[in-house]
Design a protein around this ligand. Structure first.
Ligand SMILES: [Fe+2]
Length: 356
């Protein structure tokens, strides 16, 4: 493996995984993405100094050029110039510096807090991708330090995001307006984890931080499935068409997720492991991988499952008529409430958004 790296290879993937899993799809979908993210001038303040570089895109040739170098103070005239060029971008690798800048120059208006949540969501998403790539890279067995550092940053950003989500009156709007470029098509974990944590914060059901962390990592195992199998997971109808072998693999994905984390020595509490393992267990004992008794399912796992269903329906309906998350959430809630199967009535009543 070291030989491959020293020979200039960026990423090591085993031939079995290359042929049988969706890892290469995931890697290419991430590597092929822009290395810049959009940030608005409204996030910047005159009189402050930035420690990241701001860029703009030239309309003629789409070329990205710097407009404000790292270490520069934002004067009134520079601010006006930046506002006049329209879209501003930063390098993805500097997203945590940008996130820190926003935290240091607090705008406590409702709009300011929402903007901050959006930036934190982007930051969590970008660091999550970096960590997933590191976990999948077979040439990085020794980069324990790098993984621990990334995880520490993710923990810090998640804590900050949760604090801010608590202060925003309509947190789900943040997910509707989030930059679609930031979220993967292969891996929807960040959106599901954040939606579930927002519901937990709003209703007091479950521990939001555990929900957020378990949600980020519970679907790692999906990347071991074949692209064909993964393609069938995009709607409830398609899921019913999985053949016996693919179904078995799919039903085992929480176990595979946990195995990847343990093999890479990611430190987790016993509770977090249990939540990850139970994210597809159901109240009617039709869940997987173990179809355990409903009273043994952590409520955090059930909240993640509920939002996985919401996200699945949102992905189907969003492409057609731009339905918002709250609308899909209420539709799923109503349907499940009318004939409870995967979720108990008491769980559904506890997570109701009404009067919250
Ligand atoms: Fe899952």
């Amino acid at each position: 493996m070291d030989f491959v790296k020293k020979s200039g290879g960026n990423f090591v993937i085993l031939s079995f995984d290359l042929l049988n899993s969706s890892q290469i799809e995931y890697i290419l979908s991430q590597v092929g993405k822009e290395s810049f993210v959009l940030v608005g001038a409204e996030n910047l303040k005159v009189g402050t100094r930035v420690n990241f570089t701001l860029y703009t895109k030239l309309t003629l040739n789409n070329k990205v050029v710097p407009i404000l170098q790292s270490g520069t103070e934002i004067s009134q005239s520079r601010m006006e110039k930046m506002k006049s060029v329209g879209d501003l971008h930063i390098r993805k690798g500097e997203i945590d510096l940008f996130s820190k800048y926003i935290n240091e120059h607090l705008d406590i208006s409702e709009e300011g807090l929402s903007r901050r949540c959006r930036v934190q969501l982007q930051s969590v998403s970008i660091l999550h991708v970096n960590l997933v790539l590191l976990l999948l890279d077979q040439g990085e067995q020794g980069s324990f330090e790098q993984g621990r550092e990334l995880l520490k940053k993710i923990y810090e950003l998640c804590d900050q995001l949760l604090r801010d989500l608590q202060l925003v009156s309509r947190p789900w709007e943040i997910f509707d307006q989030a930059d679609p470029e930031v979220f993967g098509q292969v891996d929807r974990s960040v959106v599901i984890a954040c939606l579930a944590a927002a519901t937990s914060l709003r209703t007091g059901v479950g521990v939001p931080r555990e929900i957020l962390l378990a949600g980020l990592f519970c679907d790692l195992g999906l990347l071991q499935l074949s692209p064909k199998c993964l393609g069938h997971l995009n709607s409830r109808l398609e899921r019913a068409k999985l053949d016996a072998e693919d179904l078995l693999m799919y039903k085992n994905h929480p176990v595979i997720s946990l195995r990847i984390l343990l093999e890479r020595k990611i430190q987790m509490s016993e509770r977090l492991k249990e939540i990850i393992l139970c994210t597809h267990e159901q109240a009617d004992r039709q869940g997987f991988p173990n179809a355990i008794a409903p009273e043994k399912i952590p409520v955090e796992s059930t909240i993640i499952l509920f939002h996985e269903v919401v996200d699945l329906e949102w992905r189907v309906s969003h492409g057609q008529n731009k339905t918002s998350f709250p609308e899909v959430w209420q539709d799923v809630y109503k349907r499940e409430h009318e004939s409870p199967e995967a979720f108990t009535l008491s769980f559904l009543e506890r997570i109701s958004w009404e009067n919250k």
